[in-house]
Design a binder for this molecule. Structure first.
Ligand code: DC
Length: 223
C-alpha cells in the first residue's frame, strides 16, 4: 500500500525537527531528519581532509565504500556512516559548518536523493529539510512550509544558547540567522523555497505546544 508522506521544509530555527518528531509520534509515522544525512556526509568529508571550499574535493570523498544509512532504534532515528553510529558526532559546530558546505554540492545531493526517496517509499513518514516538498517528494501527501520571522527564530536560538550556559549576544545570533537564510535561499542547487502547493505555517507567535497542535492539525486536515 502506498505510504503517507509529509514534507516539512523551512529555514533554520523554525523548530522543524522538534515539531516533526512530536507530530510523527502522535501520528505513528517515522520522523526522517534529512539534515542528519547532510551532516554525515559533512563529517565524512572532514575526516577525509577534504577542502570544504572545493566541490570537487568534497565530491571525491564519496567513494564506493561510503555508506550512509538510517536505522530506527526504539522509534528513534540513528544515522550510520559505513557501519559506525555517528548520531552524536554530527552535532558539533564543525559538523554544522561542514554540512552547510557539502549541501551546496550537486554530487552530494544526488548521492542522498535515492536514499531519501527509498525511505519515503517504504514508510509512513514526516521528512524535514529544505527541499523535501520541492525536489525530493514533489508528490508528498501534505507539504508544510514552517517559518517565523528572523527575529522570532533568533530569539529562540538565543534563549537555547543562554540555557546551555553560553555567553552570546542577541544581535550576533540574529545576524547569523539572516546570513544563513540568505545562503540557504540563494544557493544554486535546491535552494530553500516554499513549494507552490505547500501550506505556510508561521509559528512566530506560538509557544511549543501551540506549534505542535498547529502542525498536527494541518497534517490531519490535509492527509
Ligand atoms: O537542518 P540541519 O541544520 O541539520 O541541516 C544541516 C545542513 O544541511 C544545513 O546547512 C542545511 C542542509 N540541508 C539541506 O541542504 N537540505 C536538506 N534537505 C536538509 C539539510
Amino acid at each position: 500500500m502506498k505510504k503517507i508522506n509529509v514534507a516539512i521544509d523551512g529555514p533554520a530555527g523554525a523548530g522543524k525537527s522538534t515539531l516533526s518528531r512530536r507530530a510523527a509520534e502522535e501520528l505513528g509515522f517515522i520522523y526522517i531528519d534529512t539534515g542528519a544525512l547532510y551532516r554525515t556526509v559533512g563529517l565524512n568529508a572532514m575526516r577525509k581532509g577534504a577542502d570544504l571550499d572545493s566541490s570537487q574535493s568534497i565530491a571525491d570523498t564519496l567513494t564506493d565504500d561510503v555508506k550512509v544509512e538510517l536505522r530506527f532504534i526504539d522509534g528513534e532515528q540513528r544515522v550510520f556512516l559505513s557501519g559506525e553510529d555517528v548520531s552524536d558526532k554530527i552535532r558539533t559546530p564543525e559538523a554544522s559548518v561542514a554540512a552547510s558546505k557539502v549541501s551546496a554540492v550537486p554530487a552530494v545531493r544526488a548521492f542522498l536523493f535515492d536514499l531519501q526517496k527509498q525511505l519515503a517509499r517504504e514508510n509512513d513518514c514526516i521528512m524535514d529539510g529544505r527541499d523535501i516538498g520541492t525536489v525530493v517528494l514533489p508528490d508528498a501527501d501534505v507539504k508544510i512550509f514552517l517559518t517565523a520571522s528572523p527575529e522570532a527564530r533568533a530569539q529562540r536560538r538565543y534563549q537555547e544558547l543562554l540555557e546551555k550556559g553560553m555567553t552570546v549576544n542577541y544581535e550576533d545570533v540574529l545576524s547569523d540567522m539572516i546570513k544563513r537564510d540568505y545562503d540557504d535561499s540563494h544557493r544554486e542547487i535546491a535552494p530553500l523555497k516554499q513549494a507552490d502547493d505547500a501550506i505556510l505555517c508561521d509559528n512566530g507567535d506560538l509557544d511549543l505546544q501551540q506549534s505542535v497542535d498547529l502542525i498536527i492539525r494541518t497534517i490531519k486536515e490535509n492527509i
